[in-house]
Design a protein. Structure first.
Length: 298
C-alpha cells in the first residue's frame, strides 16, 4: 500500500535532518550572505525579514509571506505599523524577558494582531550589558567585557538554548504553532533579532530541509542588517561619555559561527543530532515536522 503524503513527508523530514546534522555538516563552508534574504526596511526596526525563498534539499522552496523574523518592534513609526499591517500578521511572538520589555517598551502592532509574550532567557545578557554601560567605569567595563569575556558570555547564552528546559519548551511551542497556523502569517522576535530569533530561524530552516550553508547564511545576515545601527550605538556611547572603548560590546552585538557552533555542539553532546534535539528536546512529533513541511514548503 502506498504511503500517504504526510507519511512520506515524515520520512523525508527525518532523512533530511539526519543528513543536515551529520558530523560533516559543521565542517561545510559557511559564507555570510544576505543575497537570498528578503529584508523588510523599516525606520524603527532594522532586522525584519521574510524567511521565505530558500531552496530545500528536496527541490522545494520555502514559501514567502508566512513566517517573519525581526528585532524588537517597540520603536516602530506610524509608517512602519502601516507596513507591518500589509503583512497580514495574525500573531507576534516576543521572546524578550520582562527587563527588556520594561527598558525598550512593548511592541507597536497593527490592530488585530495578537501579541504573545514568550520570554526566552538571555542568561543575564541584557542586565550584564546595562550594568557595564551604566557603570561608566572603563576599568570595570574592561573587567566585565574585555579579554574575550564578552564572547564567552555569548557562548554561554547559546548553551542555554539547548540545556534549559524552559527555553526548549518555548522554542518547541513556537515551532509547533508555526506548523498549525494554516495560511495565517506570523512573526517572532527578540531585542536584536539575532540570537534567540536567529536560533529559532536556524532550527526552522533546517527542519524544512534548507541546506546548512543557507541556514547559516540567514543567521549571519543579522550582521549585515544591524551593522550601521550598531555602529551608531557604539558611537553614541562614546560621545555620551558612557564608554571610552565601546568596541568592547561588539561581541555582544554580533552573531558569530562560534556562537552557533556552541549550541550545535551542545546538541550533539546531549542529543546526538539536531533531529533528536527537535524531537526529544523540543518535543516535536514527526507529524509536526511533516506539517511544517506541508505548510511552509512549495
Amino acid at each position: 500500500m502506498p504511503l500517504s503524503r504526510r507519511a512520506l513527508l515524515s520520512t523525508a523530514t527525518a532523512a533530511v535532518l539526519t543528513a543536515a546534522v551529520a558530523p560533516t555538516a559543521l565542517a561545510r563552508p559557511r559564507t555570510a550572505t544576505a543575497t537570498a534574504v528578503r529584508h523588510i526596511p523599516l525606520q524603527g526596526a532594522v532586522n525584519v525579514r521574510d524567511l521565505g525563498g530558500y531552496l530545500t534539499y528536496t527541490g522545494g522552496r520555502v514559501r514567502h509571506g508566512l513566517v517573519y523574523r525581526s528585532d524588537a518592534l517597540s520603536k516602530l513609526t506610524d509608517a512602519d505599523v502601516t507596513t507591518l499591517a500589509g503583512l497580514r500578521l495574525g500573531r507576534v511572538v516576543d521572546f524578550r524577558i520582562p527587563l527588556e520589555v520594561q527598558y525598550d517598551g512593548a511592541d507597536r502592532l497593527p490592530a488585530g494582531v495578537v501579541p504573545v509574550s514568550r520570554s526566552v532567557t538571555d542568561n543575564g545578557l541584557f542586565g550584564q550589558l546595562l550594568a557595564a554601560i551604566g557603570s561608566r567605569d572603563p576599568v570595570r567595563q574592561e573587567e566585565m567585557l574585555g579579554g574575550g569575556r564578552a564572547a564567552a558570555f555569548m557562548r554561554e547564552v547559546y548553551r542555554t538554548f539547548v540545556t534549559s528546559a524552559a527555553n526548549r519548551e518555548r522554542f518547541g511551542t513556537t515551532l509547533r504553532e508555526l506548523a498549525g497556523l494554516g495560511s495565517t502569517p506570523s512573526l517572532y522576535h527578540c531585542t536584536s533579532g539575532k540570537d534567540r530569533t536567529g536560533w529559532t530561524s536556524y532550527l526552522l530552516l533546517t527542519a524544512l530541509g534548507v541546506p546548512e550553508n543557507a541556514a547559516v547564511g540567514d543567521y549571519l545576515a543579522s550582521n549585515t542588517f544591524r551593522a550601521a545601527y550598531d555602529a551608531k550605538v557604539r558611537e553614541g556611547l562614546k560621545q555620551g561619555g558612557l564608554m571610552q572603548n565601546p568596541d568592547l560590546i561588539i561581541p555582544l552585538q554580533e552573531v558569530r559561527t562560534e556562537y552557533l557552533d556552541t549550541a550545535l555542539n551542545e546538541v550533539k553532546a546531549g542529543y546526538g543530532s539536531l533531529f533528536r534535539y527537535l524531537t526529544d528536546g523540543l518535543g516535536l512529533e514527526l507529524r509536526t515536522l511533516a506539517q511544517l513541511q506541508d505548510r511552509l514548503v512549495d
